[in-house]
Design a protein. Structure first.
Length: 209
């Protein structure tokens, strides 16, 4: 069964970014740069405008999700600063930062807590979605779900990251188990990919394999 991603609260995100951006400071977010949650001893919110930013689990570096659309990071950390995840720019990105104390004052002044709640609910739903994607499933199901997710990415992005890297970064599956399934899917003409393992097309993917 293909697992459906939760729906982004697009309008809420846009309102939050619009309110905070005039008070935020641009960053030099080059490719592979990691963003820390604090700046000069003060916790930060990050306003992501464009590019690609990944969220990685701090304990083992597991890639939880890569975000390609405008977003706001650090809302949950304002209230629960556990620092269990980190941010990394995958390519050069347009990012701004703002002290959380300043952000809270703006959110309170403009009464944007409903939008904050919508964003937090989305983050919670996405973590549930990701758990369903990888936990308590057979190897093939995990790979299938990630391929279905990957085919929705822009072609430019798919031509920069191989299927092996995409799946391995996001799971604990071994290289050999992933390659065995991909090879079998290609032989069965379920998927098409070019040299280097870059996904071109999915014809169909069986529920079980």
């Amino acid at each position: 069964m293909h697992i459906t991603q939760p729906v982004r609260p697009q309008q809420a995100i846009e309102r939050l970014l619009e309110a905070l951006e005039p008070h935020a400071t641009p960053l030099n977010a080059v490719a592979r740069k990691k963003l820390t949650w604090d700046y000069k001893g003060k916790p930060q919110l990050y306003l992501f405008k464009n590019g690609e930013i990944s969220i990685l689990r701090s304990s083992d570096g597991l890639l939880m999700v890569t975000v390609y659309e405008a977003h706001l990071f650090g809302i949950a950390e304002m209230f629960q600063p556990m620092r269990t995840h980190g941010l990394r720019a995958e390519i050069e990105c347009e990012v701004l930062r703002i002290d959380t104390d300043d952000a809270i004052a703006i959110l309170r002044e403009q009464n944007l807590w409903e939008d904050v709640t919508a964003l937090l609910s989305y983050h919670t739903a996405y973590m549930t979605y990701r758990d369903e994607l990888v936990l308590q499933q057979r190897t093939y199901s995990v790979i299938r779900n990630h391929l279905m997710e990957m085919i929705l990415l822009p072609e430019e992005t798919r031509m920069r990251i191989s299927m092996l890297d995409y799946i391995q970064d996001r799971t604990h599956l071994s290289r050999s188990s992933i390659l065995n399934v991909l090879s079998a899917l290609k032989k069965g003409k379920y998927i098409q990919f070019i040299r280097g393992g870059y996904l071109q097309h999915i014809e169909s993917l069986p529920e079980k394999f």
